[in-house]
Design a protein around this ligand. Structure first.
Ligand SMILES: Nc1nc2c(c(=O)[nH]1)N[C@H]1C(S)=C(S)[C@@H](COP(=O)(O)OP(=O)(O)OC[C@H]3O[C@@H](n4cnc5c(=O)[nH]c(N)nc54)[C@H](O)[C@@H]3O)O[C@H]1N2
Ligand SMILES: Nc1nc2c(c(=O)[nH]1)N[C@H]1C(S)=C(S)[C@@H](COP(=O)(O)OP(=O)(O)OC[C@H]3O[C@@H](n4cnc5c(=O)[nH]c(N)nc54)[C@H](O)[C@@H]3O)O[C@H]1N2
Ligand SMILES: [Mo]
Length: 756
């Protein structure tokens, strides 16, 4: 067992390393999908459940936010291996009962791994930990709401924090922000702060709206798709089907990544018979193995070449943009030595990539966490916008900007007002509902942690997610949670956050997406918004995991009634019939007019996006903005590596499904660090050696992650990779992206220390 590995876990005892795969999915994907389902749900339930994923009248896959094709074009298996695992994890037949908590003290649970905690099954009844106790014990729902209301009433509104994870439905999210705001605070951090916040900030500052501009149809029609800082084979497997379709129609694909991820290179479509066994589609036409954090320099260099070659769409630039002159002036000063140092790429490689861009009439750039969790994330994404503006790639079919979202409704939650800033429509919503809305900016995730650390937060409420494990600087985070007078977790599964409790702590178990939600007026459905702004219904069909579960909507409305008995908001009516929630959403949130009627269409509807729809830019000048900040070149000190933290193929964020990472050749273990063989040699570390990872940050605090196996891996020179969340202990709380305050989970300077 690895040092520090939790009790009763095999830990990394059987860890094995094979050659990384070059091809994603195909028959192994299907087998793994069904295997995951059968292990947790049995054969019959697996078949019944998986056939309802992403089907009209079924439920939205709780896996990722990649869109489904229109109802007519949908295949019968509109899910993927990892979607199946996400479903199996929720629809599991394993149960956590109050006896479980009697048998396992909290101090013991705190020593277990995330994998072990998740494998114990679904939470079935509300439980409380009273101050000083080492056990969770049963509590009634009414008492749980009264207890929470009492704590919130005793605190100042700004001493409470309301966290949200992106699986929450639009209906629950809308009510939750209404609860927090009518109580009096904008302290609404969410997982997005650690995820695509940088994309939102960069896009709203340049094109005037913080969302991507493409539809699934655009992907199919693109001439060039650039996939930057994203591992779709693992995290958005259905995206590969869209890329394959685009390829079939003649698109080129350019992949930019420090790691040669399996799905980017080659793909076997498991939804087509020949794809199960065939050789697969070679996806990427060019692969740029960039250094971590080098993308801003890459896109600036591409822009410089486009301008030099006269490959600029001048009429688009004249009519729709501002700042072109200042931007080109900066391009003329570009130093190619800086570009080489930042990217690790040769000038020839960059010229070849720029030629692809110059030759394409319809280019889409897709990106995810490889770009958003860097210190210069916002500047990097702005640089991508610059390149797209130079080529006139907005408001045109097959072209645009495509931040690929993570959680299945993270984008919808933001649309519904889950935000640490007051949304523009909140004053009107307050007037309509008769409750004043707070105007002061609230805490985002990092600011919430800082406030907790400094003793300024008394109550922490989480609607989903796993705050303790997802956030940076684990030691600081856990102490922060423990410092609260009350922590409340609305959850489906046991996780790390539950075992680092506040003085009083509640676990409130809720229905998941796959489950039937019955209220007084009958069976309910909820709605979600995908990565491409398409809104549609999601209806669970399975019997709830326990008769004691409440829906998220019930939990929020009942808490609101306990907390604000005089509230003019019709909370009870919202719980009875979710159509009443959609009615008020349709009155206050722009783009949701006639919500109920439009969402009853199985295809749902797509929210407006002014730049895409009408080439209108909701910026102060009415134009899209070229922006040019200083070029960042990360200089890593001698003997150090630039570490990024990634997801394995067997996890959903902090939920660990299993201990394998098939595509990267890792079996039965997670404490590995991938390093380029030449770097290993230079550092005097042998492939297979055990090392500690120590992060070096300006505050001088030593952050150490113990006992990792060094694995020689074809990642870019000077870079290393390991898994989230084990490595979160290495990310300093104050190391965040400029302007978006997102933790720099993909940019940590570390040294390796051999363990004797
Ligand atoms: N099965 C499964 N699906 C998921 C999730 C999951 O955990 N499991 N999580 C969901 C969520 S919330 C999200 S946000 C998404 C995450 O989806 P991804 O962003 O694909 O997730 P990561 O594993 O963080 O992968 C980041 C990728 O960026 C690359 N990268 C790192 N640094 C750089 C850099 O500096 N430049 C470039 N060009 N590339 C870089 C890494 O090598 C890696 O390929 O997936 C969602 N879908
Ligand atoms: N080092 C590092 N840190 C990272 C990242 C990284 O790449 N590297 N990625 C960041 C990103 S992109 C994200 S999005 C965050 C994720 O942060 P979170 O969203 O907070 O974390 P998850 O692991 O997705 O949350 C899992 C928990 O959600 C609960 N859950 C699941 N389904 C439901 C549901 O339907 N309702 C409710 N109420 N609860 C449910 C279960 O109890 C489960 O344990 O982590 C961030 N942290
Ligand atoms: Mo995410």
């Amino acid at each position: 067992m690895a040092k520090g590995a939790p009790r009763d876990d095999a830990g990394d005892r059987d860890l094995r390393i094979d050659t990384p795969k070059r091809t994603a999915a195909g028959l192994p994907g299907v087998t793994h999908a069904l295997g995951a389902g059968v292990a947790q749900m049995g054969v019959r339930r697996t078949a019944l459940t998986l056939l309802r994923v992403n089907q009209p009248g079924g439920f939205d896959c709780p896996g990722c936010a990649w869109p489904e094709p229109g109802p007519g074009a949908r295949s019968h298996t509109e899910f993927c291996e990892n979607g199946a695992k996400a479903v199996a994890e929720e629809a599991t037949l394993r149960r956590i009962t109050p006896e479980f908590f009697a048998a396992h003290p909290i101090s013991e649970l705190a020593e277990r791994s995330d994998h072990w905690l998740g494998q114990q099954g679904r939470l079935t009844a509300p439980v409380v930990r009273h101050p000083g106790s080492d056990h969770y014990v049963p509590i009634s729902w009414d008492e749980a709401f009264a207890l929470t209301a009492a704590h919130l009433s005793a605190a100042e509104p700004d001493e409470a924090v309301f966290y949200t994870s992106g699986r929450t439905s639009n209906e629950a999210a809308f009510l939750y922000q209404l609860l927090a705001r009518s109580y009096g605070t904008n302290n609404m951090p969410d997982c997005s702060n650690m995820c695509h916040e940088s994309s939102g900030v960069a896009l709203s500052g340049t094109i005037g709206i913080g969302k991507g501009s493409v539809t699934l149809d655009d992907i199919h029609r693109a001439g060039l798709i650039v996939v930057v800082g994203q591992n779709p084979g693992t995290n958005h497997p259905r995206m590969l089907i869209a890329l394959e379709e685009a390829k079939r129609r003649g698109a080129k694909i350019l992949a930019v990544n420090p790691m040669p991820e399996a799905g980017l290179i080659n793909f076997r479509n498991p939804q087509k018979p020949r794809g199960l066994v065939g050789r697969g589609t070679p996806l990427a036409d060019q692969f740029l193995q960039i250094k971590v954090g080098g993308d801003q320099a890459l896109f600036r260099a591409i822009a410089a070449l486009l301008v030099e070659w006269g490959a600029v769409d001048e009429s688009f630039v004249d009519r729709h943009t501002s700042g072109f002159e200042a931007y080109t002036a900066v391009l003329r000063t570009l130093d190619w030595a800086d570009v080489a140092a930042a990217t690790g790429l040769s000038r020839e490689e960059i010229v070849a990539a720029a030629r692809l861009v110059a030759a394409s009439d319809a280019t889409i750039v897709c990106w995810a966490m490889g770009l958003t969790q860097q210190r210069e994330s916002v500047a990097t994404i702005r640089e991508i916008v610059n390149v797209q503006l130079l080529r006139g790639m907005l408001g045109r079919p097959g072209a645009g900007l495509c931040p690929v979202r993570g959680h299945s409704n993270v984008q919808g939650d933001r649309t519904m007002g889950i935000w640490h800033e007051p949304p523009p429509w909140s004053p009107a919503a307050g007037d309509l509902l008769g409750v004043p809305m707070p105007t002061r900016r609230g805490y985002d995730t990092v600011d919430a942690l800082r406030a907790m650390r400094d003793g300024r937060v008394r109550v922490f409420v989480a609607l989903g997610g796993n705050f303790a494990a997802a956030t940076p600087d684990t030691a600081v985070t856990e102490a922060a949670l423990r410092s609260c007078a009350l922590t409340v977790h609305v959850s489906t599964k046991l996780n790390r956050s539950h075992v680092v409790p506040g003085a009083t702590s509640l676990i409130l178990p809720c229905l998941g997406r796959t489950e039937r939600d019955r209220q007084e007026s009958g069976e309910q459905f909820v709605t979600v918004e995908d990565s491409m702004s398409a809104v549609h219904a999601s209806r669970g069909r399975l019997a709830p995991a326990s008769p004691d579960l409440l829906s998220e909507v019930s939990i929020v409305t009942r808490l609101a009634r306990a907390l604000m008995p005089e509230s003019p908001v019709p909370w009870a009516a919202y719980e009875t019939d979710y159509r009443a929630i959609r009615k008020v959403i349709s009155l206050v949130v722009p783009g949701f007019e006639d919500f109920e009627a439009r969402v009853s269409d199985p295809a749902g509807f797509t929210l407006p996006h002014p730049p895409r729809d009408r080439l209108e830019f909701p910026t102060p000048s009415g134009k899209a903005l070229f922006t040019a900040g200083p070029l960042s070149v990360i200089r890593v000190p001698e003997g150090r590596l630039l570490l990024q933290t990634v997801r394995s193929h067997d996890q959903y964020n902090t939920t660990i499904y299993g201990m394998d990472d098939r595509y990267r050749g890792v079996r039965a273990g997670r404490r590995v660090v991938f390093v380029n063989p030449e770097d290993l040699a230079a550092l005097g570390v042998a492939d297979g050696d055990t090392v500690d990872l120590i992060s070096e940050w300006t505050d001088g605090v030593e952050r150490r992650a113990k006992s990792f196996r060094a694995v020689a891996y074809p990642t870019a020179r000077g870079c290393a990779a390991t898994y989230f969340p084990e490595a979160n202990v290495l990310v300093p709380l104050d190391s965040t992206a400029q302007d978006s305050n997102t933790p720099t989970s993909k940019q940590i300077i570390v040294r390796l220390e051999p363990v004797a």
